[in-house]
Design a protein around this ligand. Sequence first.
Ligand code: ZN
Length: 425
Amino acid sequence: MKGEYHNEKMETATREEIEELQTQRLKAVVRHVYQSNQIYRKLFDSHGVRPEDIRTLKDVAKLPMTNKEILRESYPLGLSCVPRESIIEMHMSSGSTGTPVIMPYTSSDLNQWAECMARCYRMAGGRPGDAVQITPLFGLFNGGFGMYHGARAAGLFVIPAGPGNTQRQVRLARDLKTRILTGVVSYGVRIIEVMEEMNEKLPDLEIGIFGAEAFSEPMKKRISDGLGIEVFDIYGMTETGGVGTLGQDCTAHDGIHVWEDHYIVEIIDPRTGEAVEDGETGELVVTALTREALPVIRFRTADLTRVLSRDACDCGRSHVRIAPITGRIDDMIIVKGVNFFPKQVEQTLMQIPGVGSNYQIIVEEADGVNDIRVNVEAEAGVTGFMVEKALKEALGFSPKGDVYPMGKLPRTEGKAQRVFHKKMS
Ligand SMILES: [Zn+2]
């Protein structure tokens, strides 16, 4: 199981070595943000914390937490910790609530991103010279460029396809012998459909790296079976510096290795802000240790996960493993007193034989009360009753919904929209 590494020394460092490095880097990054940014300095001052108070790794808990709001309020570059002339690239998350978040990068930040992302490619089994087809957008969204910077660092042959024109994607993959496909999960599903329409096979394709949407185990299996590949779940977000910065699962598929020499992760109870025990689910909080332009400090990601293991893994890597993201705190749907995440609906649907990979969850709100409708695509023979029964068993209540013939629900070529909110009155 022990594989090849992009940076063997760091990826297999002992826990003591990792913690020693984290301690040094934490002190340095706290000094950096305090000395170079007014907003950070005021935030620290208002919590009565000074850089010299941070002496050990545990002292991270003394630092104030930050969130998306602070980043939005400081739009465009208010939270930047470097002179403007040091910034050489930027990416942006649009967000559903209006003001976007901008992440600036220095040259060193781009190298840091490339290093993290290159480790992910190698961890998935990528080798120098492999053709990698990058299907996320090359633009403000960080996906395309992050996968590009990492592929360059890992010595891969980059096919910068971007999204869309799926028939051309399939032909490119066939003609250039693409071994690694990267993208958002819903695009993986789209490629399978188009391959079937074209009656095309891609025998050279072996590795799929998917991210940006929480996806369930059964969905992973569908993509893996449909494309005949091993599927990896990559993690990272605009605020931490983009795709791959936080890590990915390895060939043991036993959790996501977080690059701890670059990030400190904490799991907290979202209501109290206190740390939870390893194994307990909570909100992931991230401190970026090695970024220059905008290192986040104790950033509340709103992503829910848990620590699976801090022991060395079968793959030889020592970095902490966390569970794939269950959902985001703000994605939680409450219907008739029952809380659940869209991913749980997906997990249930994908286990019903004949149900397709496209579905919609429509939350209908009338007088402050939610009702839910789940629309699916399925082969002939699958009835609404079967879907309702499966969801009732899994979630504890019966959503309404319709069963459509395969291919009849709308398709997206970027990040899929699965959940729709409707005001009914
Ligand atoms: Zn591993």
